[in-house]
Write a protein that binds this ligand. Structure first.
Ligand code: CA
Length: 253
């Protein structure tokens, strides 16, 4: 696809003002164009950046609903961008899908440790990319129905699935969509042990074909980050060796 064709897609994709916005950070023009084409076809508004400086400028201008971030970029690397996003209040909870050309387990884990919501290894099918993006965005959608039924409380911890906010001692917790859904799954079944597989199904809300390709190790990475953000109540998230996790709320809370 040439630059003109890409520009045509880009301008067409700005049409629907209510469509979710996706910022694609990818230095390889063919891949950027392919991703932009697929997402636009699915109704997303797409903006592209080919390096870290452009990406940070675009993020400063207007926060997208989701970021697709290539790890291997010239100049500022994808990992550095992710680290900076996760350390800034305004972007801390921004949903991020990381693209990686590396197949090594180590690199995938690194991306998840830095706080990506999900990752895709190149080469990936455009269909899979769209499924992953939709899945991450579903996780960040407020729940529908009776708002009172969506309020989960445990001592100083209050989670409002209606407004998609979590508070600890009244202070809002800056959780990514994945961390929020994970905490929700733990709170809804407090005291009960849930396997990594169950947590994947409940918190990730992915279609079966995608769930099969997400590694259960992913759950561990997000649990670790969630515990860190929960501060004093992080210890309530217990590891049940060889099985999974449970939220154990101390007596008297
Ligand atoms: Ca690249």
């Amino acid at each position: 696809m040439d630059a003109t064709a890409l520009r045509t897609i880009m301008s067409a994709s700005q049409g629907n003002a209510t469509a979710p916005r996706v910022l694609v950070v990818e230095d390889e023009p063919d891949i950027a164009a392919l991703i932009a084409y697929q997402l636009t076809r699915e109704g997303f508004r797409v903006e592209t950046a080919s390096n870290g400086d452009q990406a940070l400028t675009a993020l400063g201008r207007e926060l997208p609903d989701l970021l697709v971030l290539d790890r291997m970029l010239p100049g500022i690397s994808g990992d550095e961008i992710l680290r900076s996003i996760r350390s800034e209040g305004a972007t801390q909870a921004l949903p991020v899908l990381v693209l990686t050309a590396k197949r090594e387990q180590e690199d995938r884990i690194r991306g998840l440790e830095l706080g990506a919501d999900d990752y895709l290894t190149k080469p990936f099918s455009p269909r899979e990319l769209v499924l992953r993006v939709q899945s991450i965005l579903r996780r960040s959608e407020p729940a529908s129905g009776d708002p009172r039924a969506k309020l989960l409380r445990a001592g100083p911890l209050v989670l409002d699935a209606g407004s998609h906010q979590a508070r600890l001692n009244g202070d809002e917790l800056n959780l990514t969509p994945t961390e929020f859904r994970l905490l929700q799954a733990l709170l809804e079944r407090r005291g009960r042990t849930q396997s990594r597989r169950q947590l994947l199904e409940r918190a990730w809300d992915v279609e079966a074909e995608v769930a099969d390709r997400i590694q259960t190790r992913t759950v561990d990475m997000h649990i670790r980050r969630l515990r860190g953000k929960l501060g004093e109540v992080g210890d309530w998230v217990e590891t049940v060796r060889g099985f999974g996790y449970r939220l154990k709320i101390p007596d008297g809370v």
